[in-house]
Design a protein around this ligand. Structure first.
Ligand SMILES: *Cc1c(COP(=O)(O)O)cnc(C)c1O
Ligand SMILES: [Zn+2]
Length: 411
């Protein structure tokens, strides 16, 4: 254990020791974890990984942890579902759903990032954890933080879905509902983080937290039989997940666990909050902040912290982006449920609807081995589809009433 060399500025490459810091003192660039990949290459084999437990910790050498993990011990290793029905429906040859609707314990990919962040927070000796959240992070920090015995301060926009607020409250954190959008919440949290000595998972712990997203990429490659896909479609909020999936593929190539890497990375966003896709379509790398207006609240970040880097990855890999309306999100949620039996949250609707557009526009080849990153569970955003589903049949509690209805159903 312990292959982390330190932190490094993504802009000026200045190096820093492993500390709860996130921004370069000289150029204000974001800090990133650097590993001894040569050392990892010497010991990390496919066989070693395959001999381990089916959790995200099977890739521990590539995660920024020095001691035994203490959070999210059962998180990760979600199914990679071969989505043949859906593939047929949208005219593709080989399509997969990376199904993080069933991540342990809070049913979104945020269990991955929080597993790393809180394990690291414990190593650093923090007794209080905090976050600025678009919903799923609130849920994950509330849950993992409870199990880890942390005091928890969870900041959310007050307008979040009721299902997500209640899900977080079940673990009795200090939930702070801010009258404002996520970008307002985030700005406030930066001030709070400067003043209080707390582990803000997506602020001062962000370099470590963000590394957790790589585990989704490692799993995709392992589950495809140690092959990177031709195309991967990733929903973007801050853009962090997208950049880390690409980083995970590159690391596996570098340590010799895959031979070939030609994946194109695609971004999926809601039209009502699509600053990253806008930049891609305009072929620029400057992100123009927007005011979010979409039912995909988990992706509603108008000023994405990693937007610039996400744009770079998409351009560098030959990917592209698509954005979709609220109606398209709802139909895609229903399509995935109807064809594959997987009920995703609004972000999943964004990903599938965007993928369909990218296939239809020719940006994704119909023969490309394609993975959709489905990042959260539909039970957490039920309100999005209320009024858009079929209705139940109401009957009296007798056979006659049932058969009268049956006649109408099968007529
Ligand atoms: C947070 C989140 C994302 C993407 O987050 P990034 O900030 O881009 O890493 C995607 N899907 C869901 C459901 C999320 O909660
Ligand atoms: Zn710097």
């Amino acid at each position: 254990m312990g292959y982390v060399k330190g932190l490094k500025c993504r802009e000026c490459a200045r190096e820093y020791p492993v500390d709860p810091i996130y921004v370069c003192e000289f150029c204000f660039g974001p800090l990133e974890v650097v590993y001894d990949l040569d050392g990892i290459k010497k010991i990390m084999t496919r066989e070693l990984i395959e001999s381990r437990q089916h959790t995200l910790w099977r890739y521990i050498e590539l995660l920024p942890i020095d001691k035994d993990p203490t959070s999210g011990l059962n998180s990760g290793f979600t199914p990679l579902v071969k989505a043949d029905n859906l593939a047929k429906h949208i005219g593709m040859r080989e399509l997969y759903i990376k199904d993080d609707t069933v991540t342990h314990p809070t049913l979104s990919f945020k269990d991955r990032v929080v597993a790393i962040a809180l394990s690291k927070a414990k190593e650093f000796g923090f007794d209080t954890v905090a976050c600025a959240s678009t919903g799923n992070l609130a849920h994950a920090v509330s849950a993992h933080g409870a199990a880890g015995g942390f005091k928890r301060f969870i900041f959310i926009p007050a307008s979040l879905e009721k299902s997500k607020i209640i899900a977080s409250l079940a673990y009795e954190p200090n939930l702070i509902a801010v009258d404002g959008n996520y970008d307002d919440v985030n700005r406030l949290c930066s001030e709070v983080a400067n003043k209080y000595n707390w582990a803000f998972v997506n602020i001062n712990i962000r370099p470590f937290y963000a590394e957790g997203s790589k585990t989704q990429g490692y799993e995709i490659v392992e589950q495809l039989g140690w092959k990177a896909p031709d195309a991967v479609v990733v929903p973007c909020a801050s853009g962090s997940l997208l950049t880390k999936i690409w980083k995970s593929f590159k690391e596996l190539k570098e340590i010799g666990l895959i031979d070939d890497l030609h994946t194109k990375v695609f971004s999926a966003q809601a039209t009502g909050c699509s600053p990253i896709v806008r930049a891609i379509k305009d072929d620029v790398d400057v992100i123009k902040p927007v005011k979010p207006d979409t039912i995909a609240k988990s992706l509603a970040i108008g000023n994405p912290a990693d937007g610039y880097y996400a744009t770079k990855v998409i351009q560098e890999t030959g990917g592209f982006g698509a954005d979709v309306s609220d109606e398209e999100i709802i139909s895609a949620i229903k399509l995935m449920a109807k064809t594959e039996g997987i009920f995703a949250e609004t972000a999943g609707g964004v990903t599938l609807a965007s993928a369909i557009k990218l296939v239809e526009s020719g940006h994704i080849d119909r023969d490309a081995v394609t993975v959709l990153c489905i990042t959260g569970n539909g039970l957490k955003t039920r309100e999005a589809i209320v009024g858009h589903t079929v209705e139940p049949y109401h009957i009296d509690p007798n056979l006659k009433s049932f058969e009268a209805t049956l006649k109408k159903i099968i007529k």
